[in-house]
Design a protein around this ligand. Structure first.
Ligand SMILES: *Cc1c(COP(=O)(O)O)cnc(C)c1O
Length: 370
């Protein structure tokens, strides 16, 4: 088989640009623990996202676990979330000792269905953890109104939504906090990395302490923290990648437009809704096969046989994971839309340097099954 096309390919700066950025680390011998690169990336992200506080982490998952602990929920609390997500979202809730209660998703953009939240609220509910799936934004206004009415915290899993804006405001600014992932496969990467973004000044110290063993100053340890610090090489990669991010998103946009031109208005193929007032980051291109002559698995196999690795993302839903078999709230039967989507969705290859010829080829293979 010749060349493979993978579902994604990490954005990287020129080799020289990165070398130039890390050169100072050879002068200082300061490799981690909030050095100059860390500080610079943090400042640049606060400016880029228009958000007063950004705390950097070694990955998105630990960022989410840390922000959940920083909220200091009672240990038996319930958290309303969705199963149409990456394992990380549900695991972060469960690893924090909280119980995930699964809300179904919307059919048009796969985000939490705000109409179904209130029925799940009990006296044990402490928070809502919705996911901006594929970069589609949740109904942030309705979720804010529900959270205010019931005094719940809202923590967004915004791993897919870096650089997305709603009515001109970046996705970092909704809820009590938002978690971003800067993993190699995301639109913006720091190799591995993540951040928590928020407005509340009171969260700055706990989040900074918790990622460094709970240590505050040389002679005080104030939390039973872990180690989740972003190192200088990660931050340097972020500084370089951020310089080129807008161009990268522009290229992704052209690829998505090409996909849409081929696949829009094809019987049995459903594309994600284009959200009103949302500026997208074109992170993923999900396609739902429903009433198409070939099903999702057949299309996946047909593409794979030609070296094209699409992904069944997200499949399976997290409330059907075997590790949650003993959890009473993990019942996929209660989230039929999420299950329906997970059984039919395929995310097609998408990255800034994907060629238009490859997009055409991928669509040709799909459409040959009509
Ligand atoms: C990538 C991802 C995460 C985890 O981020 P890491 O940086 O890989 O730890 C969490 N949630 C979602 C939805 C993701 O896609």
């Amino acid at each position: 088989m010749d060349r493979q096309i993978l579902v994604t390919r990490s954005s990287m700066p020129d080799f020289e640009e990165y070398c130039n950025e890390i050169k100072k680390l050879w002068d200082s011998h300061w490799l981690t623990n909030m050095g100059v690169e860390h500080k610079e990336l943090q400042n640049e992200l606060e400016a880029y996202l228009g958000c007063p506080h950004v705390v950097l982490y070694t990955n998105g998952h630990l960022a989410l676990e840390n922000v959940i602990s920083a909220m200091r929920f009672s240990r038996s609390g319930e958290v309303i979330t969705t199963p149409f997500t990456f394992a990380s979202t549900t695991h972060a809730i469960v690893r924090s000792g909280l119980t995930p209660v699964f809300c179904d998703v919307r059919e048009d953009d796969y985000t939490m269905d705000a109409d179904k939240i209130e029925a799940l609220i009990t006296e044990k509910t402490v928070a809502i953890v919705p996911v901006h799936v594929y970069g589609n934004l949740c109904d942030v206004e309705r979720i804010a109104a529900i959270a205010a009415r019931y005094h719940l915290k809202v923590i967004y899993d915004a791993a897919h939504a870096f650089a997305v804006k709603y009515k001109g405001v970046s996705s970092a600014n909704f809820g009590d906090a938002s978690m971003f992932s800067f993993h190699a496969t995301k639109v913006f990467n720091t190799i591995e990395g993540g951040a928590v973004c928020f407005h509340d000044d009171e969260l700055v110290e706990p989040l900074n302490d918790m990622k460094n063993f709970g240590i505050r100053g040389p002679e005080r340890c104030v939390y039973v923290g872990g180690n989740a610090k972003m190192n200088e090489f990660q931050a340097a990669m972020g500084i370089c990648n951020l310089r080129h991010l807008d161009e990268e998103i522009e290229k992704r946009k052209k690829i998505v437009e090409r996909y849409r031109a081929h696949l829009e208005n094809i019987k049995g193929i459903k594309l994600s809704a284009v959200q009103k007032d949302v500026e997208s980051n074109y992170a993923y291109f999900p396609v739902v096969f429903d009433g198409f002559p070939a099903d999702r698995n057949q299309i996946f196999d047909a593409l794979a046989s030609q070296g094209i690795m699409a992904r069944k993302y997200f499949y399976p839903v997290t409330n059907s994971f075997e590790c949650y078999a003993g959890l009473p709230t993990a019942d996929p039967g209660k989230t039929p839309v999420a299950v329906y989507m997970a059984d039919r969705v395929l995310t097609l290859p998408l990255y800034a340097d994907l060629s238009m010829e490859d997009v055409d080829k991928i669509c040709r293979i799909i459409l040959s099954h009509r």
